[in-house]
Design a protein around this ligand. Structure first.
Ligand SMILES: C[S@@+](CC[C@H](N)C(=O)[O-])C[C@H]1O[C@@H](n2cnc3c(N)ncnc32)[C@H](O)[C@@H]1O
Length: 247
């Protein structure tokens, strides 16, 4: 497969069964590590309370930001995910958008843009760069963009919430390749197709989108949590990038 040039890829979240199953996910087990440090990270790098949740899905991450006191708009490309987000949070603001169409959102007005797991499903380097460029027009001059994504290692190990052992081909994945992973925690046991990208190539994406990495976090479990960890105390399943616009 050509690096970053795959086009035969469809968003697995455009699917009623998957959307319903995803909406039942909470903040426990492996997902606990994705969200655990976000309140501290967000408080450290942002001022102001206007947030955009890019790829809000069924609204788990949007409601999370709301509980931190952020006025949050959730946007997503999937009709199904947005439908359920609205059902779960009728008072919330959720919009279905076409890919990269941020025309209904005000420029330079968000203190924080959170993207939680969204870029795991966005193919090609070019599309990622284009989306980051457009997202960066929406943040305030001192605003931060937090990109929470799967670490490359998630696709080659076992986890409290995920399995990848049936997909040995993940071991050979290069940037742009499809990698497969099954979420054990939900009823829908069909594999999820993600797009692999190395950390080096993420750095290139940010540079080309005129963003700089302020900080990169790789959250590990301490072992004291009430979960049966598999690799989480030694290998970080997630990577959290804090990004700002280059000045
Ligand atoms: C794994 S879900 C994460 C949902 C949510 N952020 C959470 O933490 O529960 C990823 C979401 O990104 C959305 N997505 C993928 N590509 C997108 C795009 N180009 N624009 C907006 N949303 C997108 C998918 O439809 C899906 O709902």
């Amino acid at each position: 497969m050509t690096k970053g040039n795959k086009t035969d890829f469809s968003n697995v979240y455009e699917d009623t069964i998957r959307a319903e199953a995803y909406s039942r996910l909470t903040f426990d087990k492996t997902y606990y590590l994705a969200y655990r440090d976000l309140p501290t990270i967000i408080a450290r790098y942002t001022k102001g309370k206007n947030a955009l949740d890019f790829g809000c899905g069924t609204g788990r991450s949007t409601r999370f930001l709301q509980t931190l006191g952020y006025r949050t708009i959730g946007i997503d490309i999937s009709e199904e995910m947005i439908r359920i987000a609205r059902q779960l949070d009728p008072a919330g603001e959720y919009h279905r958008i076409d890919d990269g169409d941020f025309s209904r959102l005000p420029c330079a007005s968000f203190d924080l843009i959170l993207s939680a797991f969204t870029f795991d499903n966005i193919p090609t380097m070019e599309r990622k760069i284009r989306l980051f460029r457009r997202l960066s027009t929406l943040i305030t001059p001192n605003g931060a963009l937090i990109n929470l994504v799967s670490s490359p290692e998630i696709y080659t190990h076992e986890w409290a919430s995920f399995t990848t052992k049936d997909f040995p081909e993940n071991n050979k994945a290069k940037t742009g390749d499809i990698v497969r992973i099954i979420t054990i925690d939900i009823a829908d046991k069909r594999p999820c197709d993600d797009i692999y990208i190395s950390e080096e190539d993420y750095a290139t994406v940010y540079t080309k989108a005129s963003l700089r990495i302020i900080k990169k976090y790789k959250p590990l479990a301490t072992g004291k949590e009430p979960y049966q960890w598999v690799n989480e105390t030694q290998i970080a399943p997630w990577t959290i990038y804090v990004l700002r616009k280059k000045t």
